[in-house]
Design a protein around this ligand. Structure first.
Ligand code: ADP
Ligand code: MG
Length: 613
């Protein structure tokens, strides 16, 4: 019997490879631009016609190629970037497989033209469907021009999958903006149907490029950060303040060793960093550059090199999440209080931290503010001032009697605690029994009292919970409660962890239990509901990560049920106390549900409202 198996022609191999590498016009742009960057270009021009379906042209002023190299570049597995298997783990270039150009050439009509800086003359090659149709000397400037026409002209099945011009171009523009973030020093432009869409001049810093791409309005809401781990991981970039929300994760830009990646690990780590700061289904704006030793990351796991695999996934994840969390936690609204503003009288200088508690800006997770946002270093280096116990502590706690130690937790919470912004505000009044209206020197600040209370309560509970000291109040009349089978079983199993949350229960008979105490912070009327939520969580409990999330959720519910709601008139001292509490805890400008608790308007914002020039 004659053999049925045959070896495919080289051209067919290239077409098959193209199926993986070249999915749509974006893939071509990506490979060509990456080549230009690898070639050390200082300027790259990208021209697109009809969403890339009719023309993609990438011009650069990089090192260029001589005649022989130009031919070789079209061979499969021909690359100047690696030579040995070990090189795969020492990669510093974006490309390395040597299959992009032959793959693109196999499914298009292509023109490659190039000249090295010291080359007398340039050279050009025309290829159609993988076959060289013409090769000749050509007068071209130093650098390389790659032109790709009629993409998928010989693979109609692929062509059918292309979306509209606008969609295809959208992907391209998105990619160009992302890669531009990674190479601020490279001048990059993008034209579509002869219209200049992106034009970025050489920028000296990432910050300048971010402004160039995203505009000053977005930039003002970004906080720059950097961090280094003991294991040598490094991260730097920008995190958006929680107010800067997007409906999709598209504004999470992550890079590994300057390579743009779309990786679930990054997205998960980012969302972990923003936990409790964003409403559900909202995503932040984040730009993060991870630098990691090339041998600890495998970039050869995805045909378009979009995903990567780390040797220690967990380590990278946790490092990123905690870096982001620290950056956000250490950022608090800026106190632009003039030095003449008197310190509020009621403060007592109670405790001065030792130097290792008061982390300066160089500490891990160090934070430098975006250029336009003034630096808060001075604020962070001020001695810790413990706020006095306040009227608000009475309001926050629903217990009948005053207890001086209620807010003793403050003194354990030196890190990041700064007297400052909120206390320094001048209170103008309360609006609708729900909002506290204040002003600073040049800002109008509106605080949602209920959201602010929730945040305070949540932070307080978190600290108590982490220390295993959630305060409990004993019920005067213990309460019997009956549960379903599943709930009763889960409860039975977890009775000993209830005190961690400030509850204590004893089995009574069958599915009936006696509730003896509830968290001190909780309004007794809501205790049963919160307990039921807790038991529901217990029923569904899984591994430890779910556990932390569940704990946060429960603490949020508890905080929510302890606090003064909206529609409650507050006296002046009560409002003042609330502001002090806000300074005393690690106050993020959002309630734990992710709703904003504070809105700030600069003079400019107000002027804009009135259309003042
Ligand atoms: P890879 O980038 O994986 O090496 P490619 O098929 O994309 O593979 O490119 C093959 C080779 O062609 C590269 O290794 C490089 O030497 C050369 N090359 C491609 N594009 C350019 C360019 N714009 N400037 C200079 N050299 C280039
Ligand atoms: Mg390449």
């Amino acid at each position: 019997m004659p053999p049925k198996i045959r070896i495919l022609s080289e051209n067919l191999c290239n077409q098959i490879a193209a199926g993986e590498v070249v999915e749509r016009p974006l893939s071509v742009v990506k490979e060509l631009v990456e080549n230009s960057l690898d070639a050390g270009a200082a300027e790259i021009r990208v021209l697109i016609e009809k969403g890339g379906k009719s023309l993609i042209r990438v011009e650069d002023d990089g090192v260029g190629m001589g005649r022989e190299d130009l031919f070789l570049s079209l061979e499969r597995h021909a690359t100047s970037k690696i030579a040995t298997a070990e090189d795969l783990f020492r990669l510093t270039s974006l490309g390395f497989r040597g299959e992009a150009l032959p793959s693109i050439a196999a499914v298009s009509r292509m023109r490659l033209a190039s000249r090295t800086a010291d080359g007398e003359e340039g050279f050009e090659i025309l290829v159609a469907g993988g076959k060289v149709t013409k090769a000749s000397a050509a007068g071209v400037p130093a650098g390389t021009v790659m032109e790709v026409r009629n993409l998928f002209f010989n693979t109609p099945a692929r062509k059918k999958f292309l979306k509209t011009e606008t969609t295809e171009f959208g992907h391209i523009a998105d990619f160009i903006s992302k890669i531009a973030l990674s190479f601020p020093q490279v001048q990059i432009s993008l034209e579509h149907n002869q219209r200049l869409v992106i034009n970025l001049f050489r920028h000296s810093t990432l910050a300048d490029r971010v402004v160039g791409l995203m505009g000053t309005d977005v930039f003002r809401q970004l906080v720059s950060f950097e961090n280094t781990s003991a294991e040598g991981l490094k991260v730097h970039g920008f995190v958006g303040l929680p107010d800067l929300q997007r409906k999709s994760p598209a504004a999470i830009h992550s890079f590994v060793n300057r390579r743009f990646v779309r990786d679930r690990l990054f997205q998960h780590a980012v969302m972990e960093g923003y936990r409790n700061l964003l409403p559900r289904h909202c995503f932040p704006v984040v730009i993060l550059f991870l630098e990691i030793a090339p041998d600890l990351v495998d970039v050869n796991v995805h045909p378009a090199k979009r995903e990567v695999r780390f040797r220690q996934q967990g380590l990278v994840h946790d490092f990123l999440a905690s870096s982001i969390q620290n950056a956000l936690r250490r950022h608090r609204p800026q106190s632009e209080v003039p030095s003449s503003t008197p310190e509020p009288r009621s403060y007592t200088l109670d405790n001065v931290p030792d130097s290792n508690v008061n982390r300066g800006p160089q500490g891990p997770g160090s934070l430098t503010k975006s250029k336009d946002i003034p630096n808060k270093v001075a604020e962070e280096q001020m001695p810790f001032i413990s706020p006095p116990q306040s009227e608000m502590s009475r309001l926050l706690s629903s217990r009948p009697k005053e207890r001086g130690e209620v807010f003793s937790f403050h003194s354990d919470y030196k890190e990041g605690t700064t007297p400052g912004f909120f206390s320094s505000l001048e209170i103008l009044g309360q609006f609708h029994n729900s909002y506290i209206v204040c002003r600073s020197l040049d800002e109008l600040v509106i605080i949602d009292q209920h959201a602010a209370h929730e945040r305070i309560g949540f932070e307080r509970l978190k600290i108590e919970f982490d220390k295993g000291q959630v305060e409990a109040q004993e019920l005067l009349f213990p309460k019997t409660m009956e549960f379903g089978f599943k709930e009763a079983a889960a409860l039975e199993e977890n009775l000993d962890m209830l005190p961690d949350f400030g509850f204590s229960m004893e089995p009574f008979s069958g599915k009936t239990f006696v509730l003896r105490s509830i968290p001190a912070i909780l309004n007794p009327e809501c205790a049963e509901r919160v307990l039921k939520d807790l038991i529901e969580e217990l029923v569904g409990l899984g591994q430890s990560r779910i556990m932390t999330e569940a704990v946060d959720k429960l603490l949020i519910t508890m905080a929510c049920h302890s606090m003064v709601r909206a529609n409650q008139p507050l006296s002046s001292p009560e409002m003042r106390s609330l502001l002090k509490e806000m300074d005393a805890v690690d106050f993020n400008t959002h309630c734990p549900h992710g709703r904003p608790a504070v809105a700030r308007f600069t003079l400019r914002d107000v002027e804009k409202m009135f259309h003042r020039p």
